[in-house]
Each structure stands twice: as structure tokens, then as C-alpha cells.
Design a protein. Sequence first.
Length: 153
Amino acid sequence: MDNNRDKQIVLHIKSYCEDIAKSLQRFGEEYEVFASDIDYFNSVSMSIMQIGELSGILSDSFKEDTNDELQWSLMRGMRNMYAHEYKKMDKSIIWETATKDIPNLLRFCERIIEKGVSTGGSVHACDKDLSPYNAQLESGGRSAGPDELRIES
């Protein structure tokens, strides 16, 4: 497993979780507002889609080591539904994901970043960040999308 690469991906997933939390705070935590405001809906939906995209590029060993905590395949599946059947997405499922699942994912990301990335039962801290996008994340800038994510090993 590429420990540094997985850590960088988790940092980006965390950033999208934080974006969703900010949208919930900005627009309010009322389902009716979410369901009727296209900007709110699109903001949350795009971040969830990006999380699904990023989950697909985590190393297999990282996903296997953490699959008892998170169902990575479901995240990727939701991304595929967004990409291929966006207009058919059930708003209540997206809302449930944003309000129930994303806070859990954010806590998971924070724990992984704090401890390091798990590999085969042991935890390794990453000594240095290899992503050219960390400065953006630290300054509150928009994180790169998965196609822009160039992480060197």
C-alpha cells in the first residue's frame, strides 16, 4: 500500500466532508430546504460524488484494512449513480448520506490523519506530505478533483 498516497486521498475526502458540513450550516438542516433549493442540492451532491470518486482510488489494502468501518464499495456505487443517473437520484437518500453518513466519514478521516494510515493492523504516520495540493487544503482553498490529484509515490 502507498501510505502517503492514501493519506493524501483521505485529506481530500475530509475536505469534501467539511464542504458538506459548511453547506448544511449555511443553508440549514431542513430537508425541505435541501429538496427545494437546487444550489444546496447540487453543492452537497457534487461533494458526495467527489468522495465516491476519491474512494475508488484508495489502495486496495487500505480499503480492505478499513472495510469493517466504512463500506468503500457503496461510496463508489453512489458515485456511479450520480455520474450515470443524476436526475434519478433520490433526494432523501442524498440527504440521509449528508446528515448521517458524512459526519461519520469526517470523524474517520480525522482519526486516520491523526494516527496515520492503517496497513495490515499497524499504523504508520506519514512523515511528509507529497501532495502538491496540501497548501490549498490548509489555506481553506478548494481541493483538487480526482482527475487533478497527482500524488507522487
